[in-house]
Design a binder for this molecule. Structure first.
Ligand code: CU1
Length: 533
C-alpha cells in the first residue's frame, strides 16, 4: 500500500505515480477517495441544501402568515412546496446520513476505509448535479414542478420542462443512493475487524445496513415510476392516463411503495445515532441491544406492506383499506420496543444534559408525538377526513424534523470533537437546542389544529377562521429557521477555534461496555484507495 504512505512529500523532485499521495485544495476535494473527506463533503452539501430548503419553507410561511395573497403568486407557491420537499428529503436529510455513514461506519467496524473508495467519490459527485437540476428548475419557462414532492399525475403530465429536469434529478439521485448502499453493505459485511461479529456492531452500523437494503429495494421502483411519467409525457404511452387505458392511481401505488420505506430510510439512521448518544450521557449500557436490532429489521420489513395508507381516499376495496390500516398499526409495536429501550437506558442513569443529549431527548419526546399522529392517520375513516389537510403536514414534520433532523444535530454535536479535534461552544449549542424546540413546536403543533379544522395543505391562501394558528405557525417557523444560523456559526467557530478536545470528550462514550463500540478503531488516514483483496 505504498500510495497511502508518504505523508508530506510535496516538492522533493520526482513526481512519479506514488508521489502525489496528498493532493491539497480543490484537487483534494475533487479526487478524494478518503471516507472522512467524502463524509465531510456530504455533510457540508447537506447543510447547504438544508438552508436552501429552509429558505423555501420560510417563503411559504411568510405567505401564510395571514390570509390574502401577500408576496407570492399561487403557481410559484406550489413550486415552493414541491421543491422544498424534494430538497429536504433528497438534498438535506439523506445526504446527511450518508455523510455520517462515511465518517462513522469504517471507524466503528475497524475498517481502513469504505470497500469501494472511488465509487464513493462518484456517489457524492452525482448528488451535486442532481441538486443543481432541482433548484435550477425554478428558472425555466413555466417554473418548477407544482405537483408537490409526490409528482402525481395527471397534473404533472401537463407541466413544463422543469418536470423533466426533476425526473432526471431523481434518476441521478437514485443511482447515487444505490452505489452508496452497495458500498455500505459491502463494507459492513466484508471489512469488519476480527472479532467484530454482526451482533457486536454499534447500532448505527446496524441501522445503516438495514437502510442500505431498503434503498436498494425501493430506489429502482421510484426510477420506474418517474420513467413511466417521462414516457407518458413525451412518448405517447398511457401508463397513468385513463383515456388511454391507464390509471393515475397506479402511480400512487408505485410511488408509495417507494415512499413509505423512504421515510424509514430517513429515520433508521437516526435510531442508530440516538442509540449511541443516550447510553453515553446516561452512563449506562444500552438497554436491549438485540431487541433494537430485531425491531429495526421488523420496521424495515413492515415498511413494504403499508403504502396504501397514503391513498385511503382513492377507493380501494374495504379489505385493502383494512389490511393497510392494520399493517400500519403493527409498526407501532417494534417502534414502541425502541422507545421503551431508550427510556430504560436512561432509567436510574447518572444523566447529564449536554447538547447531543438534549437533542436526543428532544427526538425521543417529539418523534413519539409524530408516531402517535401517524397512528391516528392510520385509522382509515379518520384518515379519509384528514387526508390532504394540515394534520398530515404536522404529522410528517414531527417525524422528519424532530425525528430525523434533531438526530442529525445530536450526532453532529456528539461527533464534532472527533471530526474536528476541537470542542464546540456548549452554551451556544444549548441555545440552538432550546430555540429549535420552541420554534419547531410553535410552527408545527398548531398545524394539528388547522388540519382538524379542515385547512387543506398546499394552498397559498385560506379562509379567515384559520388565521390565528397560521400566524403562530409562521412565527414559530421563523424562530426555528433563524436559530439554525446559530448552528452554522457554532460549527464554523468550532472548526476554526483552538479549543483542542479529546477525540471523544464524552466520558466513557467510547467504551465497549456502554455503546458496543469495539476497542478504538484504527484511526489512520488513507488518502488513496486501500487494496481490497
Ligand atoms: Cu407511509
Amino acid at each position: 500500500m505504498s500510495a497511502a504512505a508518504p505523508a508530506h512529500d510535496h516538492g522533493h523532485g520526482h513526481h512519479d505515480d506514488h508521489a502525489h499521495a496528498h493532493p491539497t485544495g480543490l484537487k483534494r476535494w475533487l479526487f478524494t477517495t478518503n471516507h472522512k473527506d467524502i463524509g465531510t463533503l456530504y455533510l457540508w452539501f447537506s447543510l447547504a441544501m438544508f438552508f436552501m430548503g429552509g429558505t423555501m419553507a420560510l417563503l411559504i410561511r411568510a405567505e401564510l402568515f395571514k390570509p390574502g395573497l401577500q408576496f407570492l403568486n399561487p403557481e410559484f407557491f406550489n413550486s415552493l412546496t414541491t421543491v422544498h420537499g424534494l430538497v429536504m428529503v433528497f438534498g438535506a436529510i439523506m445526504p446527511a446520513w450518508v455523510g455520517f455513514a462515511n465518517w462513522l461506519i469504517p471507524m466503528q467496524i475497524g475498517a481502513a476505509d469504505m470497500a469501494f473508495p472511488r465509487m464513493n467519490n462518484w456517489s457524492f459527485y452525482l448528488v451535486v448535479p442532481a441538486a443543481i437540476l432541482l433548484v435550477a428548475s425554478f428558472f425555466v419557462p413555466g417554473g418548477a414542478a407544482a405537483s408537490g414532492w409526490t409528482l402525481y399525475p395527471p397534473l404533472i403530465i401537463q407541466q413544463g420542462i422543469a418536470v423533466d429536469m426533476t425526473i432526471l434529478a431523481v434518476h441521478i439521485l437514485g443511482a447515487s443512493s444505490i452505489m452508496g448502499s452497495i458500498n455500505i453493505i459491502t463494507t459492513i459485511l466484508n471489512l469488519r475487524a476480527p472479532g467484530m461479529t454482526l451482533m457486536k456492531m454499534p447500532l448505527f452500523v446496524w441501522t445503516w445496513l438495514i437502510t442500505a437494503y431498503l434503498l436498494i429495494a425501493v430506489m429502482p421502483v421510484l426510477a420506474g415510476a418517474v420513467t413511466m411519467l417521462l414516457t407518458d409525457r413525451h412518448f405517447g404511452t398511457s401508463f397513468f392516463n385513463a383515456a388511454g387505458g391507464g390509471d393515475p392511481t397506479m402511480f400512487m401505488h408505485i410511488f408509495w411503495f417507494f415512499g413509505h420505506p423512504e421515510v424509514y430510510i430517513m429515520i433508521l439512521p437516526a435510531f442508530g445515532v440516538v442509540s449511541a448518544i443516550i447510553p453515553a450521557f446516561a452512563r449506562k449500557p444500552l438497554f436491549g441491544y438485540a431487541s433494537m436490532v430485531y425491531a429495526t429489521a421488523s420496521i424495515a420489513i413492515l415498511s413494504f406492506i403499508v403504502w396504501g395508507h397514503h391513498m385511503f381516499t382513492v377507493g380501494m376495496p374495504a379489505a385493502g383499506n383494512l389490511f393497510f390500516m392494520y399493517a400500519t398499526m403493527l409498526i407501532a409495536v417494534p417502534t414502541g420496543v425502541k422507545i421503551f429501550n431508550w427510556i430504560a437506558t436512561m432509567w436510574k442513569g447518572s444523566m447529564t444534559f449536554e447538547t447531543p443529549m438534549l437533542f436526543s431527548i428532544g427526538f425521543l419526546c417529539l418523534f413519539t408525538i409524530g408516531g402517535f399522529s401517524g397512528l391516528v392517520l392510520a385509522i382509515t375513516p379518520v384518515d379519509i377526513t384528514l387526508h390532504n389537510t394540515y394534520y398530515v403536514v404536522a404529522h410528517f414534520h414531527y417525524v422528519l424534523v424532530s425525528g430525523a433532523l434533531f438526530s442529525i444535530f445530536a450526532g453532529v454535536y456528539f461527533w464534532l470533537p472527533k471530526w474536528t479535534g476541537n470542542m464546540y461552544n456548549e452554551k451556544l449549542g444549548k441555545l440552538h437546542f432550546w430555540l429549535s424546540v420552541i420554534g419547531f413546536n410553535l410552527a408545527f403543533f398548531p398545524q394539528h389544529f388547522l388540519g382538524l379544522a379542515g385547512m387543506p395543505r398546499r394552498i397559498p391562501d385560506y379562509a379567515l377562521q384559520f388565521a390565528e394558528w397560521n400566524m403562530w405557525s409562521s412565527i414559530g417557523a421563523f424562530i426555528f429557521g433563524f436559530s439554525q444560523l446559530l448552528f452554522l456559526y457554532n460549527v464554523i467557530e468550532c472548526i476554526r477555534s483552538n479549543r483542542k478536545s479529546e477525540q471523544m470528550p464524552w466520558e466513557g462514550a467510547d467504551s465497549l461496555e456502554w455503546t458496543h463500540l469495539p476497542t478504538p478503531a484504527p484511526y489512520h488516514t488513507f488518502e488513496t484507495a486501500p487494496v481490497i483483496k
